[in-house]
Write a protein that binds this ligand. Structure first.
Ligand SMILES: [Zn+2]
Length: 260
């Protein structure tokens, strides 16, 4: 339980940060805001986790007006049918319409990460995924991450986690795409699950009619990113290499070609 001290400290740190921002970043940020005030033209949407350690706009060095960022536990994309059948709307659905339909962004990417608390929990409850749960977080995972668990179990039952997985892709929706998860065996099992989960979300974009239209017209690209938060490295899924590839000085050119 949070102590009175830590409660005060939480908000005090926010105020402290805002004061620091006023004294340092504000003048340059004001200039950037002016540039986009009249004609913002966002270039993409990142769907990432709520985890406080995932600082997507810093990792991508995004400037104001460049990216929409949607966050939820485990960076999940609920399929469109879920909203239809339940007469519900959700922030992911509304954000996708805002970014992709009303603002015509040309790119969406799911951005997963290592040591994801939501994915660690999913790993723990993976064998009880079909039974209802009493907590909102478990239920959120059980409703929206069943596909992830199904894919992960194929990997797990292969024994050495080296088998090839086949995902249905929004990007290349005429074809499924193949993936090898963590081929160098660098990450723990729950991180492998997190990578599977990031890729599994791509197919859910196809269920959205307004995304499907733009995908069919090839006006929209779909990508998967993943960050190892303890090493500060960011990976992009390469449809050519069939695995997550670390973005660095050696791979940048090659990966850039996949974005054209
Ligand atoms: Zn997370």
């Amino acid at each position: 339980m949070a102590s009175a001290y830590s409660i005060r400290k939480g908000m005090a740190r926010v105020l402290e940060g805002i004061m620091k921002y006023r004294q340092t970043l504000r003048p340059s940020l004001l200039e950037e805001f002016k540039k986009v005030a009249l004609g913002p033209s966002p270039e993409g949407l990142l769907l990432t986790c709520v985890d406080s350690r995932v600082v997507a706009s810093r990792l991508t060095q995004a400037v104001p007006g460049q990216l929409f960022i949607v966050r939820n536990p485990g960076n999940l994309v609920p399929p469109y049918e879920y909203y239809k059948d339940n007469s519900l709307v959700g922030s992911e659905c509304a954000a996708l319409e805002l970014a992709c339909s009303r603002n015509n962004v040309p790119m969406i990417a799911v951005f997963g990460h290592s040591d994801c608390k939501a994915m660690n929990l999913l790993y723990k409850i993976r064998n009880e995924i079909s039974t209802p749960s009493n907590t909102p977080l478990e239920q959120w995972l059980k409703v929206h991450a069943q596909g992830t668990v199904e894919q992960f179990k194929k990997l797990e039952s292969s024994g050495d986690y080296k088998c090839k997985l086949i995902f249905a892709s929004a990007q290349h929706h005429e074809d499924d795409f193949e993936a090898y998860i963590d081929p160098n065996n660098e990450f723990k099992h729950s991180d492998k699950l997190s990578q599977v989960n990031t890729l599994e979300q791509l197919r859910h974009f196809l269920s959205y009619p307004f995304l499907r239209e733009r995908l069919n017209r090839k006006e929209l690209q779909v990508h998967a990113l993943w960050t190892d938060i303890y090493r500060g490295e960011v990976y992009m899924f390469s449809f050519k290499e069939k695995c997550f590839v670390k973005i660095d000085e050696n791979t940048y050119e090659k990966l850039s070609h996949e974005c054209i």
